[in-house]
Design a protein. Structure first.
Length: 247
């Protein structure tokens, strides 16, 4: 009985150690990137986006849950590689693939007028860590980095660490949104575990938060814990414009 009790306590301790503090609420996203067709530019893509939004409004509630954002590259190691990123956000796969089916069946005529050529189309799962605060402006700002988990670290442990950091950051006045992006389809061979997204409602708000990190967060236990979770690099940043909101 003594040894049975010890074994039971040991198993209970192990299971307790594997419990997670936070539960992710996943959503889906589609990222389209490529280049403008000859003689076309961002203004042409914005005009086409207006036609696209109007087209979706004529399809009942099929597209109601989707949000669309267009990214313009700003800080990048190769500005010639990608002229734009088009992002569709969905609450789940059911919503996502309902729009995929509708677009495949009925979107051909509109697609034939698009002023860009996609070179990469990727679908992913996203785990939101925090949402941005503050007044929504016409132009937002986002940074992406590719992250490799440290040995022995699971995605769920990483989520807990990022969540604890986000809570600490918010207590110092931080207003950033954060996401962990993973399980890409269409990305080819990748050498990272997830992409970390850091974004704000405006470039100026983003800059204010960067300074806040240096003044109030660098060196805190929550910030230092992230160094034990993952190694991130290949940063690139974009300005953003929301062209369709979810209803």
């Amino acid at each position: 009985m003594k040894y049975l009790l010890i074994t039971f306590l040991s198993i209970s301790t192990f299971l307790a150690a594997e419990e997670y503090e936070f539960e992710p609420t996943p959503n889906k996203a589609e990222y389209y990137s490529g280049n403008f067709n000859k003689g076309k530019g961002m203004s042409d893509l914005y005009k086409w986006a207006e036609k696209f939004v109007k087209w979706t409004e004529g399809k009942g509630d099929v597209w109601n849950e989707m949000e669309t954002v267009i990214f313009t590259p700003y800080y990048s190691n190769d500005l010639q590689e990608t002229d734009f990123v088009w992002l569709n956000l969905h609450p789940n796969s059911t919503s996502q693939y309902r729009t995929v089916e509708n677009w495949a069946k009925e979107g051909g005529k509109l697609f034939s007028t698009i002023p860009i050529t996609n070179s990469r189309v990727t679908e992913v799962w996203q785990w939101p860590v925090s949402t941005p605060d503050g007044e929504i402006s016409e132009m937002g700002f986002v940074r992406f980095t590719d992250c490799q988990l440290k040995d022995g670290v699971t995605m769920r442990k990483a989520f807990d660490a990022y969540k604890r950091f986000a809570i600490k950051a918010k207590s110092t006045g931080d207003t950033m949104g954060r996401k962990m992006i993973m399980s890409p389809v269409g990305a080819g061979n990748i050498d990272f575990d997830f992409v970390y997204s850091l974004y704000a409602h405006s470039p100026s708000e983003y800059g204010k938060n960067v300074d806040n990190f240096g003044a109030n967060l660098r060196g805190t236990p929550e910030a230092e814990a992230l160094n034990d979770i993952s190694q991130c690099g290949n940063g690139r940043s974009y300005t953003t414009l929301r062209v369709k909101e979810a209803k």
